[in-house]
Design a protein around this ligand. Structure first.
Ligand code: HEC
Ligand code: HEC
Ligand code: HEC
Ligand code: HEC
Length: 181
């Protein structure tokens, strides 16, 4: 009896290690240079995210086309590049959650994703609030922008903002895709 219980505990421990190994393996794979390069491309994202006019709308915004020709791709806003670990875990989180939904949960047509859009938009908006819009600030720094050259409305709104302040509360409409509400 005691032997059997010890045996079961042994099996559970081995299974536990295998599960941890798989998760670590996935994270390491997601973090490998090639995987990161391939799966960080806007073309990769829009292979699934083509519902409504998400991609077409994005191409109309200043984040795709502007006077300087500089482009902010999907991951520039959606992945934190402030440190490698943050980037990889955020990526693995979407990878595991979304891939599960896509390949097993049956959320895999543009229509399925469109139906989920409002809820996803709210949760992404929350993420930007919680992180103080840090991905926006990886490009736009309130410490470096030249207020005098901004429009007068922008100057008024931005006066006194610093690196700790968020952006998305006022700029939801500039999210590269129109807000859902
Ligand atoms: C294989 C299909 C697929 C690919 C490729 C893909 N996604 Fe997703 N994405 C999904 C699915 C499915 C969901 C979750 C839908 C749900 O929860 O109902 C999702 C959700 C999201 C969300 C909502 C918040 C979240 O994390 O769940 C964001 C933001 C997002 N994806 C951005 C991206 C970006 C950026 C890329 C490219 C780096 C990308 N996706 C590539 C299928 C994909
Ligand atoms: C300039 C920053 C920025 C860029 C570039 C960007 N996004 Fe977003 N994205 C946001 C913000 C902010 C939200 C939250 C929207 C809201 O609150 O309505 C969002 C929301 C989303 C959502 C949730 C559902 C929805 O429709 O709102 C998905 C999925 C998504 N983005 C995918 C992408 C993909 C794919 C690309 C590239 C084609 C991309 N994003 C480019 C900032 C960006
Ligand atoms: C990869 C760099 C990058 C990221 C990340 C980024 N932006 Fe931008 N943003 C730009 C560039 C480049 C322009 C165009 C500047 C120009 O027209 O000269 C721009 C333009 C804008 C504008 C002016 C819009 C217009 O129509 O002229 C606003 C507002 C803005 N961004 C807010 C944001 C917010 C909010 C976020 C985060 C959700 C964000 N940006 C993320 C690079 C970025
Ligand atoms: C209190 C609200 C508010 C906050 C917070 C805010 N903005 Fe703005 N922003 C505005 C307004 C209002 C404008 C002018 C829009 C217009 O004229 O259509 C603007 C304009 C801009 C522009 C275009 C500049 C120009 O000359 O018109 C950029 C880029 C921008 N904001 C980026 C950011 C970033 C990045 C953050 C976060 C650090 C941020 N904003 C935080 C309200 C805000």
């Amino acid at each position: 009896m005691a032997d059997e219980r010890a045996g079961n505990r042994g099996v559970a421990a081995v299974l536990g290690f295998v599960a941890i190994g798989i998760v670590i393996g996935l994270i390491v794979a997601a973090g490998s240079a090639t995987m990161v390069e391939v799966t960080n491309k806007t073309e990769y994202c829009v292979s699934c995210h083509i519902y409504d006019d998400l991609y077409e709308d994005y191409k109309q915004t200043a984040h795709y086309s502007n006077t300087t020709g500089f482009k902010a791709g999907c991951v520039d806003c959606h992945l934190p590049f402030d440190n490698w670990w943050n980037m990889v875990t955020t990526k693995a989180d979407h990878g595991i959650g979304a891939m599960w939904k896509y390949y097993i949960g049956g959320v895999n047509t543009p229509e399925d994703l469109a139906e989920r859009r409002e809820e996803l938009a709210d949760s992404v908006f929350e993420w930007f609030q919680e992180t103080n819009s840090k991905t926006c600030k990886s490009c736009h720094s309130p410490q470096r922008w030249n207020l005098d050259e901004q429009s007068s409305r922008a100057q008024q709104a931005h006066d006194g903002l610093d690196e700790d302040d968020g952006c998305i509360g006022c700029h939801r409409q500039d999210a590269a895709h129109p807000p859902t509400d």
